[in-house]
Ligand binder design. Structure first.
Ligand SMILES: [Zn+2]
Length: 430
């Protein structure tokens, strides 16, 4: 075991090998629909473009990543077409290196819950920590194997509920997950923070104790286990987003796991191109990670709250993603009330502004997404997609000193949601 730890440490220290030296991220603000279309359709054909935030509506910012060798050409094209843009990140590799300190050892000491919430952690470290939770809180916590990934990793969630009331058959449930998109590291980190701090407050803080006693909680810190591992691997890619499954293209790997759910799959805001970052997959639920999580959620009929955490943009979003139409008014009003209260709870901690509203209007149309499926197919009323910090200064490369502030502001928003799920009672689910 000791030898394995040392070997892994060496790997971790060398970091991901794909280099982004001299790559840059430009922020472009299209003014008209035709400028949006030009960015969306023509720019990636003219020059290889990786969207950090894709074109959606006029006046909504677009963040585009270009390699160092393509940057001048991209700038010339944008200049010629009269776009206004600024440089958000002028050296992506420097931003990666500055965003975290690779751990000096991968595994923390087990048998207690000593865990550094102010660091990004590898999948192995998070899994190891989850095992210690089960040992530390045997009356509250059990680990759930939700399924296996394409590469054979275990997708592991933490289930917890208060010991004082054992009639779990009548408890409503709440599911939170992070890391569906591999490179969005603050998402697993925030889930880990929320999980650890909820458990730590049990029996000490009345509100938390009531919410843990009254509800059955599920937290899956790392959904896309293969993709997340790839962002940490020596031969990996810190900017990887998708799963790691093989596709019909010999050149391109992976499916966007948040475009792969069986709810208006393959419609607006997805790609049929296996090389695209928002590739929808060959069919709905083609990704074993997505189908495994979906089956589990569908089978737990008490779940009436769902949050799929992403970064970045600072948004608390409700269905629908696939259409501009709103859910039926009674549901929409309840969903939106929680969004508004969650955004207020977030702001009260560090002043962070989170916009809220339906996915399609708040960020961009996206079909086959998780929150549409949990609401539309399962009937989970309080279904959300949340984009965590920041609004682009660091984007996916949020420095470690913002992990704890992110956790601190999201924890009360999760409690807002938990209160709503508790008050709604045992759901009448599909
Ligand atoms: Zn995402």
């Amino acid at each position: 075991m000791f030898r394995a730890v040392v070997a892994l440490s060496v790997l971790a220290l060398t970091g991901a090998s794909k280099s982004y030296t001299e790559d840059a991220v430009l922020r472009i603000i299209p003014r008209t629909e035709s400028e949006v279309a030009l960015l969306r359709e023509d720019l990636p054909v003219a020059v290889p473009t990786s969207w950090w935030r894709e074109p959606s509506y006029p006046a909504q910012y677009v963040d585009a990543h270009f390699s160092g060798s393509n940057l001048k050409q991209a700038q010339a094209l944008l200049d010629n077409a009269g776009f206004s843009y600024t440089t958000l990140i002028d050296d992506v590799q420097k931003a990666i290196d500055a965003s975290y300190e690779p751990p000096s050892q991968l595994f923390t000491v087990s048998n207690d819950v000593e865990f550094d919430y102010s660091k990004y952690h590898s999948l192995e470290e998070i899994s190891d920590w989850m095992v210690t939770l089960e040992k530390t809180y045997p009356d509250l916590v059990s680990l759930v194997d939700v399924g296996k990934s394409f590469e054979g990793r275990t997708i592991k969630a933490v289930k917890f509920t208060g010991a004082s009331s054992n009639s779990t058959a009548t408890k409503a449930g709440l599911w939170l997950d992070g890391g569906i998109h591999a490179r969005e590291w603050v998402s697993p980190a925030t889930n880990v923070y929320v999980l650890g701090h909820l458990l730590d407050a049990y029996g000490k803080d009345d509100e938390t104790t009531k919410l843990i006693d009254g509800l059955e909680w599920y937290i899956l810190p790392v959904f896309n286990v293969d993709g997340y591992s790839y962002t940490w691997a020596e031969d990996g890619d810190r900017m990887w987003r998708k799963t790691r499954s093989t596709t019909s293209s010999k050149l391109c790997t992976g499916v966007d796991p948040n475009r792969n759910w069986d709810m208006h799959w393959g419609e607006a805001g997805t790609s049929k191109n296996p090389c695209a970052d928002d590739f929808q997959g060959k069919s709905a639920f083609s990704e074993i990670e997505v189908s495994s999580v979906a089956s589990f959620i569908q089978s737990q009929k008490n779940i009436n709250g769902y949050v799929n955490f992403h970064s970045y943009s600072q948004l608390w979003m409700s269905p629908w993603g696939y259409t501009d139409n709103l859910p039926e008014t009674e549901d929409y009003n309840k969903q939106n009330d929680v969004s508004e209260a969650a955004a207020a709870a977030i702001k009260a901690i560090h002043g962070s502004e989170f916009e809220f509203g339906p996915i399609s209007k708040t960020i961009y149309p996206a079909s086959g997404s998780s929150a549409d499926w949990t609401y539309g197919v399962c009937g989970i009323l309080y279904s959300y997609g949340v984009e965590l910090r920041d609004t682009g200064a660091y984007g996916f490369l949020l420095p470690e000193d913002q992990i704890v502030p992110s956790g601190e502001e999201i924890l009360p928003a999760v409690k807002v949601l938990a209160h709503a799920v508790l008050e709604a009672g045992f759901p009448d689910r599909k």
